[in-house]
Design a protein around this ligand. Structure first.
Ligand SMILES: [Zn+2]
Length: 503
């Protein structure tokens, strides 16, 4: 894109070439480059309701770098400016650097290329990295007013003795072009001569550490960043790094022992609320045994028994996602959990397998499924969303590829604890049940996705196995299962309290 670089403010760039804005006809999108006034076109996919454009063609138009294609995984990465744009077949998600955007419909692989819905893809590009791009869907006209930003965003990192600001740039500036100062009102200013700043990216900066707010301004000859500071700093340094290019600023704060912070953490970590989620319910029976035993009834009984044990023996507050035979949409289950400020989420299910000899208990974590068996269990448990109303179903995105990885990443902060909890539950069940321990497993479960707390899904046994169906029908056996889950939660609480006492 360097050829399209020009100095000064972008807004003046000639929107004059009106003669070229002829209405597009046929199967293509007209492209009007407002800088070099060359026009061009993008072909669109036949037979689709809305125009789909080729990702490779868009890349050729907007970048002089070739895209990276992974044909086997049906993914493509575009390099536009300093950013990577990832698109996967069958996914409606577009990942721009690490930000996720969603298109109106999913990408399609055709003719050795990936196609995306034009209107929403261009809108994502405009919002994220190319504010000078405008798509007129009615006229099928794409106008390009592309300038190259050289200040592309800020990443803030908090260290024990200060805050680091990394201002990402696409070139090196001379030291004389960079100036900085702290004013009396608690703002730190960084001014870069010849800087052209992507203010839309600056707005997205996550503030942390001593920085509470960021603003940016584009002037004729320079760009300025202003950082609002939470507290005094004892000094600052500015230097440039290369590979990748950045202006790095350190804001030094006095080092202090964070006693109040630790107290806060302890309060936040205290296991005061446990959310128990009995799977299925109402019009969704879950899996059904040969003798007619329904999963929804078995798991509600086990769940209530776990709750009673917690209520009788501890001061832990128990929150149920359902206490009766009612249908609760999957998304609502984690919403209930989060609103209750739960510290643990335990979803209780029983299993089924076409092979009637399969039996035993297993506990799942939310991670991409490793084995075919695990994926099979997850897709069966996830199938319930088909029973939800059409509108609500839109809340779910396919639990595959990128989506699942995103969900897992969001869960990673709880992952170690979820693993501990799952391991304790398995060990305790193993002590009590005369049934095979099938261990810890991982797969993508919708019901675990939204929970902002350590979470597991227990599959307490197979009602497809005649022996286990018989056992699960007995109250004495369900009592044992409940005892095992309860003891697992107790061990989890103990280990967390120990960790806090040591911390
Ligand atoms: Zn289930």
């Amino acid at each position: 894109m360097s050829a399209r670089f020009f100095k000064g403010l972008p807004t003046f760039v000639l929107y004059l070439s009106i003669s070229l804005t002829a209405i597009a006809s046929g199967a293509s999108i007209d492209v009007l480059n407002l800088i070099d006034k060359k026009d061009n076109e993008l072909s669109v996919l036949d037979g689709e309701q809305e125009p789909y454009v080729s990702v490779k063609e868009v890349s050729k138009l907007l970048s002089d770098r070739l895209p990276f294609e992974n044909a086997a995984r049906q993914k493509i990465v575009l390099y536009i400016g300093n950013q990577r744009i990832k698109i996967s077949n069958s996914s409606s998600f577009v990942v721009v650097d690490d930000q996720v955007f969603q298109m109106s419909t999913h990408a399609l692989v055709k003719y050795d290329d990936i196609y995306v819905p034009a209107e929403s893809f261009f809108s994502i590009l405009k919002q994220s990295i190319l504010p000078g791009l405008d798509y007129d869907a009615a006229k099928k006209l794409l106008s390009l007013n592309l300038i190259e930003f050289n200040i592309n965003g800020v990443v803030i990192e908090q260290k024990s003795n200060g805050t680091i600001l990394r201002v990402n740039t696409s070139r090196q500036f001379s030291d004389g072009d960079i100036s900085s100062f702290v004013n009396n009102n608690g703002w730190f200013y960084l001014t870069v001569r010849e800087g052209i700043i992507d203010t839309s990216m600056i707005k997205k900066t996550d503030t942390r550490g001593v920085v509470t707010k960021i603003t940016s301004n584009q002037f004729d000859e320079s760009a300025q960043l202003a950082f609002r500071l939470r507290s005094d700093i004892i000094g600052h340094e500015v230097y440039q790094s290369s590979d990748p290019n950045a202006i790095v600023v350190t804001l030094r704060t006095p080092f202090k022992k964070l006693a109040s912070h630790i107290k806060d953490m302890k309060k936040r970590w205290r296991l005061d609320t446990v959310v128990l989620d009995a799977g299925h319910g109402g019009k969704d029976p879950g899996t059904i045994g040969r003798k007619g035993t329904t999963e929804k009834d078995i798991v509600l009984d086990i769940t209530k028994r776990v709750g009673s044990l917690l209520e009788e023996n501890t001061h832990i507050n128990v929150m149920y996602t359902r206490e009766e035979d009612v249908f609760i949409p999957v998304w609502k289950r984690t919403k209930i959990a989060n609103e209750a400020n739960g510290k643990l989420f335990v979803s209780i299910h029983v299993n089924s397998n076409p092979n009637r000899s399969v039996r035993g208990f297993e506990t799942y974590l939310l991670k991409p499924g490793k084995t075919d068996d695990a994926i099979e269990v997850a897709s069966r448990e996830n199938a319930v969303i088909r029973l939800e109303e059409g509108k609500a179903r839109k809340k779910y995105n396919a639990m595959t590829g990128e989506n699942l990885i995103m969900a897992t990443m969001a869960q990673s902060m709880f992952m170690k604890e979820s693993e501990d909890l799952a391991a304790y539950i398995q060990e305790e069940l193993d002590q009590l049940l005369d049934s095979p321990n099938r261990g810890l497993k991982q797969a993508g479960f919708y019901v675990l996705i939204g929970a902002s707390m350590p979470n597991v899904l227990v599959e307490a046994g197979f009602i497809s196995n005649p022996n286990e169906e018989r056992k699960l029908k007995s109250a004495a056996y369900r009592k044992k299962v409940a005892k095992g889950i309860y003891s697992g939660i107790m061990r989890f609480r103990k280990s967390r309290e120990q960790a806090l006492a040591e911390g």
